[in-house]
Each structure stands twice: as C-alpha cells, then as structure tokens.
Design a protein around this ligand. Structure first.
Ligand code: BEZ
Ligand code: FE
Length: 637
C-alpha cells in the first residue's frame, strides 16, 4: 500500500476538430467581455482567426510571447492588458504563449482560455516558470491554472514532424515520470499509462501520415492526460536533467527531452521496476528504455546530446549541477551513476533496462520460414512468437530452459496407453478447460461442458434403470434421476448416457486393480421421457494423480491436487452434439479451487436428502440423497 494526497485541478476541457469556433461561447460562458488575444509570434494567422471568432469581444492583441516566459515580455503584455482593460486572455500557440497567459493571470486574476498548438501540456497545470535576468523561478497557484482549454486537433495537423516528435516526447516524459513519482496515485497512474499508449501509438504512425486526424487526436489527448499528471505529481531525474542542460548549456528544450528520456528511464529502472514494467507494457515491450529509444530512432528524433551541441568537456559540470540539490527520485543520484547516464546520452547509445537484447528479428526469421496449410502456419507462427516472447520477457536462463525441457521429457516418459500425463498437465494448467469452453460452452441455453478427465473407459457396461452402480461399496446412497432434452426442452428418448465417478475414498475403479470388473460406471439409455435413473453413492473430493510431473509442479507452486466432488456424464443422441460434463455437489470442498478448473456455477447442484420411500433398485435403511437434473444438449453443427 502507498499513501497519497491528490488534488483535482478544476479546468474545463473542450476537445475536438474545428473547436476553435467555440472560443467565443467559451469566453461568454466565463462571463468575460474584454479579451486580450495572445498569439504565438510564429502563427499570426491563428491570432487573426481567434480575433475574428471573438468579434467585438477581442479588445487587444499581443504576439510577442518568448521561450522561458521572460518577465520583461510579461510586463509589456501587462501594460497592454491594463490599457485595454481586458478581463480575459485567449492564448493560441505553444508553451511560451501559454506561459505568458499564466504570467498575466497570476498578476491580475484575469481568466484564461488556452488553445494549444503543441503537446506541451502546461495548459492543464497550475505551475508557472518565469525568467528574470537569466534566473528561472517556478511557482504554483490555483490562479495560474487556465479556466478553459480548447483542444482543436485541426490546429496540430500541420505541426512539422520534428517539432511534433520532440514535443510529443516532452509529453511522454510527464507520463513516464508520473508513474514513479513519490506522490503517484491510482488516478495519475491510469492517466499516465493511457497517455503513453496513445503517444507511442501515434508516434509509430506519424511518419507515414503526419496529418492523419486520428494520429493527431491521439497525440493531443495524450498530451492533455500527461499534462494533467504533470500538474498533479512531482517530476524526477529526467526533468531535473533537462532543466539543467537547458539552463546551463542552452540546449533546446524538447529535443533534450527526447535524448534524455530513455537514459533517465534506464537509470531509474532497477529502483522502480513496477513502474518501468508498466511503461514497457504501454509501449508494447519488456524493455521500456530500449523501446523508447527505438521509437525515437524510428521517428527521426535526435538521440545524442552531442548532436544537440553539448561538448564532451561539459559533462562533468552537468553532473555536478545535477547532483547539487537533492530531490525525490527512485534511484539515488550518484556522481558515478549520472556520469554514466550522461556519457551514454551524449554518445547516443541505446539504453536498456538490464541488458535484455532485442530479438524480434530472430522471431520473425523463424516465423518467415513457415509454410504449409494456413491454419497450421498461423498456429505454429503464433506459438513461436509466444515462446520467444516468454523467453525474452522472463529473461530465461539456460538452466531454466533445460529444467523445462527435462520436465517435459519426464512428462512424456510417463505417458502410455493407460496414463496421459500431458493431458493431466493441460488439465492442471487450465488449458483443457479453456479449449473446452471455446469448443462447447458458447450458448447460454445448453448445459455447460466440463473436462473429460483421465478416468473415462470406452464401452462401459450397459445397465438397466435403477441399477446400483456402487454394487455394495460403502458410501452415502445416492439416487440419480436425470432427463435429457433438446434446447427447447423436448425430451430425447434413447439418448445414451455414460456415467462414472470415484468411490468414497476418491478412487476410480481403474485405479484399484483389486476391484473386480467395472464399478461406479455404466451406460444407460433414456426412456420415453428422456429420463435415466440409477443408484450410486455420494461422490467425494479426491486428488488428481500427483505421483508424476504434474504432482511435482503442483507441490512446487504451492497448489493442492484436489478436485471438488463430482459425477461425470457423457451424453450422446443422434442429431445432437455430444455433451461431456460433470455435476458438482453444492457445498462440497474445493469448489473454488478445483485442481483442473472444471467447476462452472451452472454445474454446481444440490444433492438434497431423500424424503419418503426410496425409489426401487437399492435397499436403503439410513440417510440417502436424491439428485435430479435436466441436461439440455445442442443440435449437431
Ligand atoms: C476427473 O475428474 O476425473 C479428472 C479430470 C481432470 C484431471 C484429473 C481427473
Ligand atoms: Fe473425476
């Protein structure tokens, strides 16, 4: 468990395509009447469109926002804001324009409506960073948080590819660091993972079609979600390093994020394994840092600090600055550690979270050799992929692989015409129940099926109705009356019903060589009412055969070998699908931990105490049970 404190920041978000047109109603919704328009200096035409959309509400315009929100620029805009008596700012542009809007709001309390054109995410944070005489200060206040953010996907469709990528990685960094933030919480975790998935998906597609609406919508949604994380939890090493490199060495903001993020993630990986695993899952890879690096290479982003202009001789100073002031981060910040990180980032090396190499090429090489019948190719290809993935995801050692091979070899050696340890393995791992469900349990109006198990014997003895299949064995007498019907309830006379079960000690006859002939099994034919009736004994829980490799595995993984008490049925009727199933004794042991995962709620039934005169077929003196059940079977396919 981890404690957390979480504040939800109130902001209205309008998201869509062509939502720029909503700017006027959104300003009116805030009750504002005099707007100062702040447009990105590089996008004057967007300022014009906003002005036009606002009509007479626009009373002034300032296109001078600059990087890092210099106080001198803010003061110029502030003078204009006062001169035109604005009660609201509408900012359209990247992080700098948003920054200016925030700087004006914190000084005057004016409302802000922001239309972001990049993926900075700062529009949903209550944080403002300003520079004055080269010194950067950061502050946080509810006044800084914009009242309304209008995300218009159209505004981002033309963003150049390089800016798109680095700006998206900037957003990605917010989500990544949110997952291992000391104040992370379940809400920001979900937001961050969703952001990573969307941004990664979009970055994989962006080169092929940079203007695609879906791709841009994913990026903008991801930026919003990641920005929300940024506003809610503290950032760590990555952000600190980027600020240091930007502030002390003048490296460009977004490209620096792109270079540093995979390395910061690799650095933190051993100390935040759970977060890094989840980041990997969101990126679709067991090795998050490497996957991130590969994604950046794919999109053409910069991968080295060298190419951003940092000199190798600057590295010791960068390390010194980065360790100067301690701050929360999963991995301790050591000089040696950060030297290694920055050297690798400077040189553009591919980081990994522990050296798991990329082996997709080998997997694809194997899959590409497969030919033959399409279904077989599909199944074998997928098996190869999953087996390779299993080995890679678990960083499988040679010894573990050999242990697996030995286990399977010994499992095979236990198989003959009497014993099938592989089927038992499949049963005990739930695979048989999965295949059974896929094959047989797709309609709610038929009785569910259950696994066959190893104790069915072909050609059981044909028995008369009323026969006692226990044939004098000890146990609580059980009278069974079952009816076989079609899905609509029509009885099926002549249906063939095979039944088998264990004795009071949990053994089937085939496990007890001293028993003469078949007992506790038989074949009945349904009468004119579709009914079958016989006597037996109440089944008890029993262990599946545990003296082989399956038993070994159960013991080694801390599992018990018991099956919940049950009676087996195999039902066949011409024109109908064969039903293999079991009825479980309600209230019996192991119903919720059956060793072969065969229990389905519809098959758990009452075996109530018998009342009145016991039906013919067995002389009963004490207590007895009376089971009645109707099986509905499906027409043949
Ligand atoms: C059985 O119910 O007979 C059974 C089913 C699967 C594995 C072992 C036993
Ligand atoms: Fe059984």
């Amino acid at each position: 468990m981890s404690d957390f404190r979480y504040t939800v920041h109130p902001a209205r978000v309008v998201f869509g395509s062509h939502t720029l047109a909503d700017v006027r109603p959104e300003v009116e919704r805030l009750g504002r009447e005099r707007v100062l328009v702040l447009a990105d200096p590089g996008l004057p035409e967007l300022g014009d469109r906003i002005r036009e959309a606002l009509g007479h509400l626009a009373v002034g315009r300032f296109d001078g926002a600059a990087m890092h929100t210099p106080v001198a620029v803010t003061e110029k805009a502030l003078a204009l804001l006062r001169e035109v008596a604005a009660d609201c700012v509408v900012a359209i542009g990247g992080g700098s324009t948003t920054g200016l809007a925030k700087a004006l709001a914190v000084r005057t309390g004016v409302d802000q409506v922001i239309l972001p054109t990049t993926y900075a995410g700062s529009e949903v944070t209550p944080v403002l960073g300003e520079t004055d005489g080269g010194v950067k200060t950061t502050r946080s206040s509810p006044d800084i948080l914009p009242e309304t953010v209008i995300y218009d996907v159209e505004l981002t469709r033309g963003l150049p590819l390089d800016i798109t990528v680095t700006s998206a990685v900037n957003a990605l960094a917010h989500a990544v660091e949110a997952l291992y933030a000391p104040d992370a919480n379940p809400v920001t975790d979900r937001l961050a993972l969703e952001a990573i998935e969307r941004i990664a998906r979009a970055l994989r597609r962006i080169k092929a079609d940079p203007g695609a609406e879906d791709t841009r919508a994913d990026l903008l949604t991801g930026a919003w979600l990641a920005g929300t994380c940024l506003g809610a939890v503290g950032m760590g090493l990555h952000h600190k390093l980027c600020h240091t490199l930007g502030g002390a060495f003048g490296l460009p903001h977004s490209p620096t994020h792109a270079v540093v993020l995979p390395h910061a993630l690799a650095y933190n990986a051993p100390h935040a394994p759970d977060a890094v695993r989840r980041i990997g899952e969101a990126l679709g890879s067991p090795d998050a840092p490497a996957a991130l690096f590969d994604l950046l290479v794919e999109t053409g982003a910069p991968t080295s600090l060298r190419e951003l202009g940092l000199s190798e001789t600057d590295l010791p100073r960068a390390v010194e600055l980065a360790v100067a002031k301690p701050y929360p981060n999963p991995a301790p910040l050591t000089e040696d550690g950060l030297t290694g990180l920055l050297r690798a980032a400077w040189a553009g090396e591919r980081p990994t979270s522990g050296g798991v190499p990329r082996l997709d090429w080998l997997t694809e090489q194997v899959v590409s050799t497969l030919g033959g019948e399409p279904r077989l190719r599909q199944l074998v290809g997928d098996l190869v992929r999953r087996l390779h993935g299993f080995a890679v995801d678990n960083d499988l050692t040679q010894a573990e692989w050999q242990a697996g091979i030995d286990f399977l070899t010994r499992t095979g050696q236990l198989c003959d015409d009497k014993r099938q340890e592989f089927v038992l393995l499949s049963d005990s791992l739930g695979v048989s129940s999965v295949v059974d469900a896929l094959t047989n349990s797709r309609t709610p109006d038929t009785t569910p099926s259950a696994v066959l198990g190893p104790f069915y014997v072909e050609g059981p003895p044909e028995l008369e109705h009323g026969t006692d299949v226990a044939d004098g064995l000890p146990g609580v007498p059980l009278h069974v009356e079952v009816t076989i019907t079609s899905v609509d309830g029509t009885p099926l006379p002549g249906a063939v019903v095979d039944i088998w079960q264990s004795n009071e000690d949990g053994f089937y006859d085939v496990q007890l060589p001293e028993l003469e002939g078949p007992v506790l099994r038989g074949r009945f034919r349904a009468d004119a009412h579709g009914m079958v009736r016989f006597w037996s004994i109440l089944p008890s829980a029993y262990p599946i055969p545990a003296d082989g490799t399956v038993g070994e595995l159960l013991a080694a993984t801390g599992r018990h070998p018991y099956r919940a008490p049950h009676l087996h049925f195999m039902i066949a009727a011409p024109g109908y699908q064969r039903l293999i199933t079991q009825l479980f004794v309600a209230g019996g042991d192991y119903l919720d931990s059956d060793a072969v995962f065969g229990v389905k709620s519809d098959l758990v039934v009452d075996f109530p105490a018998g009342v009145g005169t016991p039906p013919p077929g067995r002389h009963v003196t004490g207590d007895w049970r009376d089971l009645a059940f109707t099986f509905r079977i499906a027409p043949a396919r």
